[in-house]
Design a protein around this ligand. Structure first.
Ligand code: R5P
Length: 284
């Protein structure tokens, strides 16, 4: 078995190659002057099972994934497993209005063309796995996030909405602390309402846990509520840290003490590795 990491997910591929004891495929890649991507697989992978790791965000990484998949197929590899650490476009998982694409389905169909199996972590909604025409699986980064939070003296885990309740509950079990949730209503892509809720957060260190932090609006409102109810420290933890626009500024000015995300989207706050979540699929 071999593994190849696209430019968005090189470190995850490296971590997996170590933990699974498999060789990384040697590739040559560059950008042409017009920014188009060039890729060549140097190793002979004919007849080998190959894992490709690539986050589909931002858009340029989607094209790169398609080229990686094609190069692996053209090299006559055997079984191709595509690991998508962050599955971008997953939030447009239905036709909200006539005339819209189902973006998650469009991407899943194209990825399925050159894959035998797909694995992702904390997809926005589990039903998107059905959009792939090959077997698709998901895993959760909650255990890894909770292990990190456990060293921080967290007394309570909070879900910013009911949809994230199971995630908070699971993390609280690992940390051995309380959990609760907020009442959130999404008005549009950038506006949300968080209904005030009587939270027992007085003097507590609280971790708010979610799948995605995008504009930071959801987390910022939750932090403010927690602080209103006397929380001591507030940690923001997520699997996919998009941190779009001035998200970080919003979190900090709301009173966040620490921002934690996994490395599905590499950045300053990627403090938790997701590779152990994927390893489990191959160690069975
Ligand atoms: C929504 O259901 C997700 O779980 C996140 O809460 C949402 O994507 C966060 O978005 P934002 O950071 O823009 O509020």
């Amino acid at each position: 078995m071999y593994i190849i990491g696209g430019t968005a997910s090189k470190s995850i591929a490296k971590d997996l190659s170590k933990s699974l004891n498999i060789q990384q495929v040697e590739t040559i890649s560059k950008r042409f002057p017009d920014n188009e991507f060039y890729l060549r697989i140097v190793d002979d992978i004919k007849g080998e099972d190959v894992i490709i790791v690539q986050t589909t965000y931002p858009d340029s990484n989607i094209v790169e994934l398609f080229l990686l998949q094609d190069a692996v197929r053209e090299s006559e590899a055997n079984e191709v497993t595509v690991i998508i650490p962050y599955f971008g476009y997953a939030r447009q998982d239905t036709k909200f209005k006539d005339g819209e694409p189902i973006s998650a389905k469009a991407l899943a169909r194209l990825i399925s063309m050159n894959a035998d199996k797909v694995i992702t972590v904390d997809p926005h909604k589990e039903h998107i796995l059905k959009f792939f025409s090959v077997p698709a699986f998901s895993c959760s980064a909650v255990e890894e996030l909770a292990k990190y939070l456990n060293q921080k003296g967290v007394d309570m885990v909070l879900a910013p909405d009911k949809g994230a309740l199971n995630r908070a509950k699971e993390a609280s079990k690992i940390i051995n602390c309380d959990f609760d949730y907020m009442e959130k209503t999404r008005i549009d892509g950038t506006t949300i309402e968080i209904k005030p809720k009587s939270l027992d957060s007085e003097g507590k260190n609280v971790a708010i846990i979610d799948d995605i932090v995008s504009t930071g609006g959801t987390m910022a409102k939750s932090i403010k509520e927690l602080k209103k109810y006397g929380a001591k420290k507030v940690f923001v933890a997520c699997t996919h840290g998009l941190f779009a626009g001035d998200a970080i500024k919003k979190l900090v000015s709301a009173g966040c003490n620490e921002i934690i995300s996994t490395d599905t989207i590499k950045g300053e706050y990627s403090k938790v590795k997701v590779s152990p979540c994927f390893s489990k699929f191959f160690n069975k």
